[in-house]
Design a protein around this ligand. Structure first.
Ligand code: SF4
Length: 209
């Protein structure tokens, strides 16, 4: 046993365990490992990833809606549309569909549609999920921080009236229980195209805000 504080180095008779193991691995074990690993590695490299086919999205429809949304936002606001999304207790499926507006399939950012982190930069408050008691205050603060003109959109059946969670102990109803809602987008969940049509409708509506 080496003295306390002394360093062990080459030539001291000490050998790392891993070195010992690899040095003593038999040639037949090595060749067995190679036989098993290489075919698997090659199969993995040559096979396609297992994924579900993407949804069919008519590209012309999305482009036309996006262009209309961009034109309507510029006419109404003088710039592109900024959205602050708040999930007040959803199952997350509504957010997945809303986020799909930004994925490579829809790519609505090319028309200026942006999700922003701060309510102070937002024109639209997009609410998803039932209004839970814990999220009411956060939702009200978010709305209060937004500059006018501002719109509230309740997206999905839960945000409209609580949906499948209606009547449960933690749910107070839909977004309308806390805020003045300007537009509802029904669906469980709504599709990205329905989100787009709803946003377009709110910008093209006459006399608001
Ligand atoms: S409307 Fe449907 S998808 Fe959206 S949060 Fe409610 S249960 Fe989930």
């Amino acid at each position: 046993m080496p003295a306390r504080g002394s360093r062990i180095g080459p030539g001291d008779g000490a050998t790392c365990r891993c070195t010992t193991r690899s040095a003593t691995a038999s040639p037949s074990a090595k060749s067995r490992t190679t036989e098993v690993l290489w075919p698997r590695l090659i199969r993995a490299l040559l096979s396609h990833p297992v994924t579900a086919p993407g949804p069919h999205v008519p590209p012309d429809t999305v482009s036309a809606l996006g262009a209309r949304l961009d034109a309507a936002a510029r006419a109404r606001l003088g710039r592109s549309l900024a959205i602050r999304s708040v999930d007040t207790g959803s199952c997350n499926a509504c957010e997945l569909e809303a986020n799909a507006l930004q994925n490579p399939v829809h790519d609505l950012e090319r028309f200026g549609l942006r999700f922003v982190a701060s309510p102070r930069h937002a024109d639209v408050l997009l609410v998803t999920g039932p209004l839970t008691a814990n999220m009411r205050e956060a939702l009200e603060h978010t709305y209060a921080a937004m500059p006018a003109p501002k719109w509230v959109v309740a997206a999905g059946d839960c945000a409209i009236d609580g949906g499948v969670f209606k009547g449960t102990y933690a749910v107070e109803g839909g977004a309308g229980a806390a805020l003045p809602v300007d537009l509802v987008i029904p669906g469980c969940p709504p599709t990205p195209e329905q989100f787009l049509e709803g946003l377009l409708a709110i910008l093209e509506a006459e006399g608001r805000p």
